[in-house]
Ligand binder design. Structure first.
Ligand code: NDP
Length: 252
């Protein structure tokens, strides 16, 4: 039982971090969850185990994104486990490690391939599997709306592309009762930020990240997952084409 009982959800990058938080929350709400991963099968299985331990239902599917044919691979693996879906969460993403002056073409292309192109084609091929009245939620970033962190500008540009996709796609799929929204986290404690945010040596970065939020703390995956759960539920049916700030009040 639960408000998503009978629904099927796919969370890309559901193996770790924010995606794991979303997968676990949708599982608790009663959806059967496809937990996608790129290479960390162990992490995906841990997420599936956690969902099942909480009384839910889930399965793992692996597909590297950002390579030719990625969306096709993902859906053929999904189809082996499920017949259509109701909720698609495009969450998998990578960050950048170089500022503007040092970004080469290969890094630029890789960022756009994983963060913008993959969601586009996953959604294009997913649209025929998504049932009417379904939900698409794209995980964006606070960095797409404000020049908060110009050092990750290229990453922010990929999220800007994703947001334009969200807005336009809501008009394309709206006639089928499908809502499409972007959810924009601020700084969340996940592996993506581990190198500069976690550990005693990064105490100052942790403190300044906490202070960036009006609420005075670094976000957790569950802070974002609960916003996604609202949009995924029937309660979210009249919200579409929107950019939902889930930064804990980090934007100016
Ligand atoms: P993590 O690095 O913790 O997790 C990333 C997830 O995406 C993993 O499940 C990983 O799979 C998967 N993934 C990454 N690259 C690929 C790829 N090439 N092919 C297939 N799967 C891939 O990241 P977060 O949880 O922090 O980030 C999730 C989303 O949230 C991203 O879109 C990110 O941009 C966004 N975001 C994060 C913020 C933060 O502060 N953490 C802030 C704003 C937005 P595997 O386990 O197999 O490696």
């Amino acid at each position: 039982t639960g408000r998503l009982a009978g629904k099927t959800a796919l969370v890309t990058g559901g193996s770790r971090g924010i995606g794991r938080g979303i997968a676990e929350r949708l599982g608790r709400d009663g959806a059967r969850v496809a937990v996608h991963y790129g290479s960390n099968e162990t992490a995906a299985k841990e997420t599936v185990d956690a969902i099942e331990a909480a009384g839910g239902s889930a399965f793992a599917i692996g597909a590297e994104l950002g390579v030719a044919g990625d969306a096709q691979t993902l859906w053929s693996r999904f189809d082996a486990h499920a017949d259509g879906l109701d909720i698609l969460v495009n969450n998998a993403g990578i960050s950048t490690s170089h500022p503007f002056a040092e970004t080469d073409e290969a890094e630029y292309d890789r960022l756009f391939a994983v963060n913008a192109k993959a969601p586009y084609f996953i959604t294009q091929l997913g649209a025929e599997r998504l049932r009417d009245g379904g939900r698409i939620i794209n995980i964006s970033s606070g960095a797409s709306r404000a020049a908060l962190m110009p050092e990750i500008m290229t990453y922010a540009m990929t999220k800007g592309a994703l947001d334009v996709f969200t807005r336009n796609l809501s008009k394309v799929l709206g006639p089928r009762g499908i809502t499409v929204n972007s959810v924009a986290p601020g700084i969340i404690d996940t592996d993506i930020n581990a190198a500069w945010l976690r550990g005693e040596e990064n105490r100052a970065a942790w403190e300044s990240s906490a202070q960036l939020s009006a609420l005075g703390r670094v976000g957790a995956a569950s802070d974002v997952a609960d916003v996604v759960a609202f949009l995924a539920s029937d309660d979210g049916r009249w919200v579409t084409g929107q950019w939902i700030d889930a930064t804990g009040g980090s934007l100016p």
